[in-house]
Design a protein around this ligand. Structure first.
Ligand code: SF4
Length: 363
């Protein structure tokens, strides 16, 4: 530990000072910008986050403007980033900060962690980067670096390992330099200590790394195999009316992907054809009887805890008027207006297919 600590202070921090990549949230570092970037960076790569971050900052340049926005507007800016509860929570948190902290981001770990959607990782990241609190972060990159550095042999997905690795990170933390320490560890994991191909020859702390010394750094981190995730089959409908408008439904706030809009439909039940599933789902969701028409597209998508294939067909209403029974709201939109509201990735692929078809028909 003593050698690793010294190597981090004397080698890793200077390495980071000269090798840190430029990122928009690293300039003009305010608590608000740190917070938004940290939430966006969870489960998402830096290069994917940069355009989202820049767009978000343009649309909501301050915490005040975020608090005053509608949830739908916030979701629209988040569209495609996934894990939409992050967007709903940050919107709620902005309103709490405005109402209860006079618009000032709280400065202590105890207050930061009370905000919706903020756990120990985000608290440590905001606390260290925005307020220089001595808190060590533990994300996927840091776990990889630490488990190699100490040739850590426990399953890093276990709760015990998380606690022990957090303790190691806390022990290594350079007091008074927590922001730099955290960013340096994450940067090392993201650019040098890569999952499959660690660049030990360029690593500033290879002389104290037990994983490197073992000659098999990629044996770490040790991870128990993930459980197989379930696969579901979904039917969805592009229901059109005489004016050529399309019917879309809004998912309930409390459901997965809550607040987002979708082409109505749902999970196929045992023994059903896709068309039968769509007919049943639209009756349950919107109280309408429909008949299905041509096939449009099958979209495959992987979520964190299941995979899905969604088969989409055109449809027309035979009887009934739509009512929001198992959805929050519904609306008819002209196809040129469909992108004005937020959707999940799967439904955005359906819009792409619909637009392609319209272009072909007009050619
Ligand atoms: S020496 Fe290699 S395995 Fe060890 S921290 Fe550096 S890059 Fe990772």
């Amino acid at each position: 530990m003593k050698h690793a600590k010294r190597a981090i202070r004397t080698k890793l921090l200077p390495w980071f000072a000269t090798n840190r990549r430029a990122m928009p949230w690293r300039s003009n570092r305010t608590p608000y910008r740190v917070w938004i970037s940290e939430l966006m960076l969870q489960q998402t790569r830096v290069d994917q986050v940069i355009p989202y971050f820049n767009r978000f900052m343009k649309r909501f340049p301050s915490l005040k403007s975020l608090a005053a926005a509608s949830q739908e507007d916030v979701l629209k800016q988040w569209e495609g980033l996934g894990y939409y509860s992050r967007a709903r929570n940050l919107h709620k948190a902005a309103q709490i900060i405005t109402d209860e902290h006079r618009g000032r981001f709280p400065k202590t770990a105890e207050e930061i962690i009370k905000l919706p959607g903020i756990g120990s990782y985000t608290t440590a990241a905001i606390g260290s980067l925005a307020f220089n609190l001595d808190l060590a972060v533990l994300d996927g990159n840091v776990i990889r670096v630490l488990s190699r550095l100490f040739a850590y042999t426990k399953d890093t997905r276990s709760t015990t390992a998380k606690k022990e690795l957090q303790q190691l990170a806390d022990d290594l933390l350079v007091k008074g330099e927590a922001g730099n320490f955290n960013e340096a560890m994450m940067e090392l994991g993201a650019t040098i200590c890569l999952p499959k191909n660690p660049q030990c020859g360029s690593c500033p702390i290879s002389h104290v790394c037990l994983g490197h010394e073992s000659g098999r750094p990629t044996d770490y981190p040790i991870k128990a195999p993930k459980k197989k995730v379930p696969h579901i089959v979904v039917g969805a409908a592009v229901v059109t009316n005489r004016k050529g408008e399309v019917l879309i439904a809004q998912r309930r706030d409390e459901d997965m992907l809550g607040g987002l809009w979708e082409f109505p439909g749902g999970k196929r039940e045992t023994g059903e054809t896709i068309q039968q599933c769509i007919v049943r789902e639209l009756k349950e969701e919107l109280g309408i009887n429909i008949e299905t028409g041509d096939f449009l597209i099958t979209v495959k998508h992987a979520y964190s805890h299941f995979t899905m294939e969604m088969h989409t067909y055109f449809a027309k209403i035979k009887s009934g008027r739509p009512r929001p029974i198992e959805c929050q709201n519904f609306q008819w939109l002209d196809t040129s207006d469909l992108r004005k509201v937020p959707y999940s990735k799967a439904d955005l692929y359906v819009i792409d297919a619909l637009e392609r078809q319209i272009i072909q028909q007009n050619d």
